[in-house]
Design a protein around this ligand. Structure first.
Ligand code: NDP
Ligand code: GDR
Length: 373
């Protein structure tokens, strides 16, 4: 839970221009967009462990949006200890991106920010394209113009690409597989991919596309199918819920652990030359298989609880994703450490604990069982 308001956690314009003035001269500086998301939180932990100073751009929100990074936050007034710093910006606001690049002067830029929900992208296609496609272009252009103005040619850029770009092209999908996007989100990610390739070819920018297959964790947003399932398993087991409404159970995904995948992002930027890499477990499972493992782990039968609801079907579906990550394994030396069943169990274990805490609040009358925090 947040202990103070966001505005005390972020740099405030002109007052924070000495923002990296305390950085040790040999300490690398990373700038992350989407730091408050699932991957942003794991990447921040990873880079802090490597000794980086990490700057995150966060967008203004009427509610706290820093829950995933609160545990690593240290008050910036404690200058010697605080190596993660937050600043307000938005991928729809080009001026904010350029200003923070000039101020922070990062060595590595990770563009993770996105309206990342595929089904929601059909509801808000224009906004999705603005953030996911044009947002990436704005950031690339800000990096290019920052380099032109400062001569800091060593800056490296990572673009968060997605297996959704392959869409309906059959598996296994590798760097050579043609894209056939099936949603406004996926089409926008294709645009961002090609903008990144173009800035590499046109301006010599050290820019990499990571084409990451689905990766999950206990920090996964609760409206993605894996977390929706493990949250429900926890709440059903503890007696707070009985039904789980889902859409297409036959879609197959190549699900890995987010903590493993952020390492691949960093590895791409440590290479001699910029390139594009598929990152995947090379194993695919249906949503139904995920249900079997998750409910079965706590001795429940998913068929007693799952109800199919048409509202969760998409106008166009991606049926089968299974990556071929042989290039990343060979060139980067990357491989996943957490397997499918271990991932499901990790998520269920955490969500059982979360449900137990909710139950205490419900029993004390502080929360309605229907209500989810
Ligand atoms: P999340 O949805 O968890 O996080 C998205 C982040 O982007 C959040 O920090 C969010 O802020 C931020 N954001 C959204 N809109 C804007 C905006 N207009 N300006 C600035 N920031 C914004 O995504 P993940 O961490 O799961 O994914 C990270 C990236 O990787 C995304 O680009 C996603 O599309 C991509 N990806 C993810 C995969 C996965 O399986 N997780 C697979 C392949 C690609 P807030 O917290 O305020 O909402
Ligand atoms: P995805 O993830 O679309 O692969 O995008 P999501 O978990 O939303 O869907 C996976 C599959 O499950 C089916 N499904 C449901 N999905 C949701 N969200 N809710 C349901 O109730 C439900 N029932 C069935 C979907 O139809 C789909 O086939 C994720 C995001 O993180 C993207 O940002 C990222 O780029 C890709 O993974 C790789």
């Amino acid at each position: 839970m947040a202990t103070e308001n966001n505005s005390s956690r972020v740099g405030s314009g002109s007052g924070s221009h000495s923002v990296n003035g305390d950085a040790a001269p040999d300490r690398k500086i990373a700038l992350i967009t989407g730091i408050t998301g699932q991957d942003g939180s794991y990447l921040t932990e990873f880079l802090l462990n490597k000794g980086y100073e990490v700057h995150g751009l966060i967008r203004r929100s009427s509610n706290f949006n820093t829950q995933r990074i609160n545990h690593i936050y240290i008050d910036p007034h404690n200058a010697h200890k605080a190596r993660m710093k937050l600043h307000y910006a938005d991928l729809t606001d080009a001026s904010s991106l350029r200003r923070w690049l000039d101020t922070i002067r990062p060595d590595e830029v990770y563009n993770l920010a996105a309206q990342s929900h595929v089904a929601v992208s059909f509801e808000i296609p224009d906004y999705t394209a603005d953030v996911v496609a044009t947002g990436a272009l704005r950031l690339l252009e800000a990096v290019r113009s920052h380099i032109a103005a400062t001569g800091r040619t060593h800056i490296k850029y990572y673009q968060a690409g997605s297996s959704e770009m392959f869409g309906s092209t059959p598996p296994p999908q590798s760097e050579h597989t043609p894209f056939h996007p099936r949603s406004p989100y996926a089409a926008s990610k294709c645009a961002a991919h090609w903008y990144t390739v173009n800035y590499r070819e046109a301006y010599g920018l050290f820019a990499c596309n990571g084409i990451l297959f689905n990766h999950e964790s206990p920090r996964r947003g609760e409206n993605f199918v894996t977390r929706k399932i493990t949250r429900a398993v926890g709440r059903i087991k503890i007696g707070l819920q009985n039904k789980l409404f889902l859409g297409n159970l036959q879609a197959s995904r190549d699900w890995g652990f987010a903590g493993d995948y952020v390492e691949a992002m960093w590895m791409m930027l440590q290479q001699e030359k910029p390139d594009d890499y598929v990152v995947a477990t090379e194993e695919s499972h249906t949503v139904e298989e995920f249900l079997q493992v998750a409910f079965g782990y706590v001795g429940l039968n998913w068929k007693d609880h799952v109800v199919i609801d048409k509202r969760y079907f998409r106008p166009a579906e991606v049926d089968n994703l299974k990556g071929d990550s042989s290039k990343a394994r060979k060139v980067l030396g990357w491989k996943p450490k957490v397997g499918f069943e271990q991932l499901v169990r990790m998520m269920v274990d955490e969500d059982i604990e979360l449900a137990k805490r909710e139950k205490v609040l419900v029993d004390a009358g502080y929360m309605d069982a229907q209500q989810q925090p």
